[in-house]
Design a protein around this ligand. Structure first.
Ligand SMILES: Cc1cc2nc3c(=O)[nH]c(=O)nc-3n(C[C@H](O)[C@H](O)[C@H](O)COP(=O)(O)O)c2cc1C
Length: 186
């Protein structure tokens, strides 16, 4: 006998690093919004981000029109941006009630958040619709990381200090080891 109970199907163990998605509209108006349904897959020779958005949010409208977006990893010092951008819609005008810095991507024409320690610059390759949601399969055209961080020997997440989201915000704990460190010894 296991020690579990059924709780229905309307729950998601959606433990996600949090990203702020940056877009321009066709007039060049900037917008950022939190989107945490972000995953990764592989094309033949490059990574793809898989990003899902429901409803009719401004970010989704922008991505459908321009086919371009940035995904800016949110670290714990950026929580105020997360709550501000998530609590307002670009459909109601510019989100300019707080100050933040952004600059253009180096490869793709997208806004990128100056505070973010890891930024993807992406172009949409394919869109899949399911009900109220659109899922964007995006070619990763460039990754920018904080200039004081080094990922040559792998990514130490503690240095990126991401906000992890699963309905509530969390930070990550300690570094536990590398793949293989916990193999049972025969
Ligand atoms: C922490 C957090 C995570 C979110 N994740 C998603 C998501 O994965 N997909 C989505 O469609 N909306 C998500 N949202 C909702 C949008 O961010 C929110 O509707 C926002 O106001 C949209 O802004 P926009 O209209 O300017 O794009 C999330 C909101 C928060 C606060």
């Amino acid at each position: 006998m296991n020690n579990r109970k059924s709780v229905g199907n309307n729950h998601s163990m959606c433990v996600q690093p949090t990203f702020l998605i940056g877009t321009y509209d066709l007039d060049g108006i900037v917008n950022f919004a939190p989107i945490t349904w972000v995953s990764v897959t592989w094309d033949t020779d490059h990574y793809m981000l898989v990003i899902s958005m429901f409803g009719t949010k401004k970010t989704k409208q922008n991505v459908i029109k321009t086919k371009k977006l940035s995904a800016n990893l949110v670290s714990t010092d950026m929580l105020y941006l997360l709550d501000y951008f998530g609590g307002n819609s670009g459909k109601n005008g510019l989100k300019d009630h707080i100050e933040y810095g952004y600059s253009d991507g180096e490869v793709v024409n997208v806004p990128t958040l100056d505070l973010s320690k890891w930024v993807y610059e992406c172009e949409v390759q394919k869109i899949v619709q399911t009900g109220d949601s659109d899922t964007f399969f995006c070619d990763v055209k460039n990754v920018q990381i904080s200039s004081d961080l080094d990922i040559t020997d792998g990514i130490d997440l503690t240095k990126f200090d991401p906000v992890v989201y699963s309905g509530h915000y969390h930070s990550i704990g300690k570094h536990l080891g590398k793949v293989g460190d916990f193999k049972p010894k025969k």
